[in-house]
Design a protein around this ligand. Structure first.
Ligand code: IPD
Ligand code: CA
Length: 265
């Protein structure tokens, strides 16, 4: 992809995310209407998730009809251009329903399976996190960087939980292993924002098992472009049923992945 394309994709992703964020903000007052469930009773979806995804898909198809799409609410389609949009129209749906201020629109563009553009729009704070490959990461247009933390004992680490009870049992067991070794744990309820908060140093690290592509598509690029590291911890122990995504300030990445691997042995 040429640099001109990268600029155009970043601008397009940012403007689509802004428009979707305003749909989410407008829907906040009637959030508890028309709530359905997906994988389990705890996994909720609202008409706002659908309206946001519809808008995002419409805008992508108007501007880039040949691009592929992977969307949380089911609008995935193959493309022919080599570029694929990975979208979470409302990350943090439970928070949105409760008015707990941590929910966002997350949009990534991938080429050859690698993210080249990522935008996460925090609806409550109206903050825009963005990154383009090789260009660094920004918050509201200003460069951001990870905390530079290296010691686990003083690291503030976030995590998240899926919706299936069995998975949650494993996730809770992993948290029980990690908690005594770190400064503290946070569970804000939006993986996309957790990643952005690692990118700007509000958190030192983040891990979550069994996370979906649309949750991490934009945020992992934003962390990497802010100087952090991301990757996966996998293994064949019972606790590691699914790989664990890890994102952290670069010096903290290995201590955190070592701790997670040891906790699963
Ligand atoms: C969820 C949030 C949450 C994470 C879950 C995700 P959703 O996304 O990102 O923080 O722990 O794994 O499924 O369902 O609100 O879009
Ligand atoms: Ca999500």
């Amino acid at each position: 992809m040429t640099s001109i394309d990268l600029d155009a994709y970043l601008e397009l992703a940012t403007s689509i995310a802004r428009e979707a964020a305003s749909i989410v903000a407008d829907g906040a007052g009637r959030a508890r209407e028309h709530v359905g469930t997906k994988s389990t009773l705890t996994d909720m979806v609202t008409e706002v998730d659908h309206a946001s995804e519809e808008l995002i898909v419409r805008r992508i198809r108007e501007a880039r009809p040949e691009d592929g799409i992977i969307g949380e609410e089911g609008s995935s389609r193959e493309g022919t251009s080599g570029a694929t949009w990975v979208i979470d129209p409302l990350d943090g749906t439970t928070n949105f329903l409760y008015g707990f201020p941590a929910f966002a629109v997350s949009i990534a563009v991938e080429v050859g399976g690698e993210a080249v553009v990522g935008v996460v729009h925090d609806v409550s704070r109206d903050e825009v996190f963005a990154a383009a490959k090789g260009r660094g990461a920004t918050l509201d247009g200003r460069p951001i960087e990870t905390s530079g933390k290296r010691d686990l004992e003083t690291a503030l680490v976030a995590t998240g939980f899926g919706y299936a009870p069995e998975r949650r049992r494993r996730q809770a067991a992993l948290v029980a292993e990690v908690l005594p070794s770190v400064r503290d744990i946070r569970r804000a309820g939006s993986a996309a924002l957790d990643l952005c908060w690692v990118a700007c140093g509000r958190l030192d690290g983040y891990f979550e098992q069994g996370i979906q592509h649309w949750d991490w598509g934009a945020g992992t690029l934003i962390v990497a472009e802010a100087g952090g590291r991301t990757g996966w911890v996998a293994g064949d122990s019972e606790l590691l049923e699914l790989p664990v995504l890890v994102a952290a300030a670069a010096p903290l990445y290995e201590p955190l992945t070592d701790l997670l691997s040891q906790s699963c042995d």
